[in-house]
Design a protein around this ligand. Sequence first.
Ligand code: PLP
Length: 440
Amino acid sequence: MTASASWTARDAAAVWHPFTQHATWTGDDPTVVDRAEGPWLWDVDGRRYLDGVSSLWTTTLGHGHPEVNAAVAAQLARLDHATFLGATHTPGIELAETLIALAPKGDDPELTRVFYAGDGSSAVEAALKIAYQYSTQTGHPRPKFVRLDHAYHGDTLGAVAVGGHELFHEAYRPLLLETIGIASPGDRVHDPDRLTTAVSHLESVMHEHGDQVCAIIVEPMMQGAAGMLDHDAEFLRTARRLAYTYGALLIFDEVATGIGRTGRMWAAEHAGVVPDLLTCGKGITGGYLPLSAVLAAEHVYEAFLSRPGDRSPRTFFHGHTYTANPLCCAAALANLRVMGEQDVVARAARLGDRLGKLLEPVAAKDGVVEVRRLGTMIGVEVAPNGDRTGFRVCRAARDRGVWLRPLGDTVVVMPPLTLGDDEADLLVDALDAAIDEVLA
Ligand code: PLP
């Protein structure tokens, strides 16, 4: 028995995995990851794979970067954990200052405050609660959220409610917040006029429900987990204008798109639009430790300051035991510092262009529906050919030394932002051959 088979059997006897159907889990021959370095993963049998999805879209600099490792080790030796309730600490303060300096800039509003959370879903959850409470503290309660069809914002109840996956809504419907779904501006399969459809849908929804809507939530430029559905910057400008007109907040969920992934630090920059709340996670620590944040506009923050004569406290009732854990903040600070020193966002833009060029012949293949890309956020949609085509393509790529993960029949390609040319070639060659094998 291989080490992988033995560990998989032990896993199956004890572990319950996220978003996983355990009736078929062991049959899927999961990879038992043992160690990692740079863009490479090794399994417990010593097989090496290129990490083509950055360990779920996180490892901006690759694994084991010496400066990030050193920063976390130094922080561990100094202060492992301290509460952010009633106390503060230097890495938490420095990281907030750094994020504010990096925040997307425009005419208005200005993102000036940072609220920490633990992962993408809990950043979204915090943003939703902030938006609702903001409405109660600045005018009247507005219980509705406007969301996009196909959106993915996480798996906590609020995040599920503002997502656009019918499957997830169905499973938890009685527990969900009130939301209004808008046609996705990225939905090219169902609607060639997707941008105008989405814009007019949003306009009519805001016209009808505007004074009940506390926020419009959008993954800017690219709906990631929907299968990499890119959309036009014009949609974001429309959402910004309508949010102002109707007194709702605009939330950009940059958990996937942020921290250089789309070739800019923030996807919002492609549109020149600044939201009132911006969530980020995934790449913030470069994949080293779990952390996320909500960047908030000053006017939002101010609505939470108590005033003489208030009948109820304006406190934001939210926070967790490990909020702003110092190790996580130190990892994020080191990741963002190295990214700045090595101009990693510009490198990501160049890498994205190179991958785009390499994928042109793949896009032209029979059986490849479309390649969608913004920076290094890439989806290669293949036509179904039997069951779980996307999954089988990823398995065939794994046989060729490249680890990928699909979203349905869209194969996600989201490598570390610092991927080298040879590794980019290997990734695309393996994907190309895997598609040929599965679609043959
Ligand atoms: N928001 C977006 C846009 C995401 O893509 C994801 C995860 O893929 C999340 C939120 C949830 O993040 P997490 O899985 O860290 O909770």
